[in-house]
Design a binder for this molecule. Sequence first.
Ligand SMILES: Nc1ncnc2c1ncn2[C@@H]1O[C@H](COP(=O)(O)OP(=O)(O)OP(=O)(O)O)[C@@H](O)[C@H]1O
Ligand SMILES: O=P(O)(O)OC[C@H]1O[C@H](OP(=O)(O)OP(=O)(O)O)[C@H](O)[C@@H]1O
Length: 223
Amino acid sequence: MQSSENEYLTIALPKGKLFPLAVDLFREAGISADGLTDSSRKLVITNEAQKVKFIISKTADVPTYVEYGAADIGIIGKDVLVESGQDVYELLDLGFGKCHLMMAVPKDKKRDKLTDYTHTRVATKFPHIAEKFFNEHGMQMEYIKLNGSIELGPIVGLSESIVDIVETGTTLKENNLEEIVHIMDASARLVANRVSFRLKFDRIYSLTEKMKQILTERAEGNK
Ligand SMILES: Nc1ncnc2c1ncn2[C@@H]1O[C@H](COP(=O)(O)OP(=O)(O)OP(=O)(O)O)[C@@H](O)[C@H]1O
Ligand SMILES: O=P(O)(O)OC[C@H]1O[C@H](OP(=O)(O)OP(=O)(O)O)[C@H](O)[C@@H]1O
């Protein structure tokens, strides 16, 4: 017999840039809850009629809630998902939150080729992705983990380079940095806990199909 907790679909949403986009998508898919707004300080928001609970989490923690089953599904950027190394089931590329991860250096300190940076310090919020990338290029690096404003690293002499997200390129430009190598593309993903996906298959599958349909209609509307 299922426990009453299993009657709910628990959804982990990241605070920050993806939050309003994720809320819009769920609303369009027919799932919402009173108080699901940017300004709310409530961490769990329940819609009893729909048997849905939203968990509002720090961005980097969404994959953890989903892997451990504290949330059945979640929305998270591919960058954060890969960095976390967490074992979740990736259901859908949501197409928003598009950006890419890259390495950048101060414009006036560019070296001739990538391998010329071997053994230098790189500041990043994504040390695992960075290390994998540099290892693949046979480069040993020193990684300095920062939690934000990564571009400061080379400006204040903390590191020679950064590995970070670029969306419009404005932050790089305003800080006299230049992208020297593209590492990976990213966008928001719908993910599921592997056990929840089996136990709550009908609900999760029909929600995924509904979202697919919405994304297709949005894409056609943009043509
Ligand atoms: N310009 C951008 N800057 C940062 N992230 C972006 C950008 N464009 C798209 N994204 C995507 O949005 C996700 C969430 O970004 P956001 O800045 O809200 O998170 P965060 O800075 O990690 O959160 P927190 O402030 O809680 O540490 C990123 O992981 C990435 O996938
Ligand atoms: O190419 P752009 O459009 O300028 O966007 C890129 C910037 O956005 C992100 O920072 P965020 O706003 O998440 O702040 P943070 O530095 O605190 O992580 C990222 O780390 C870059 O700094």
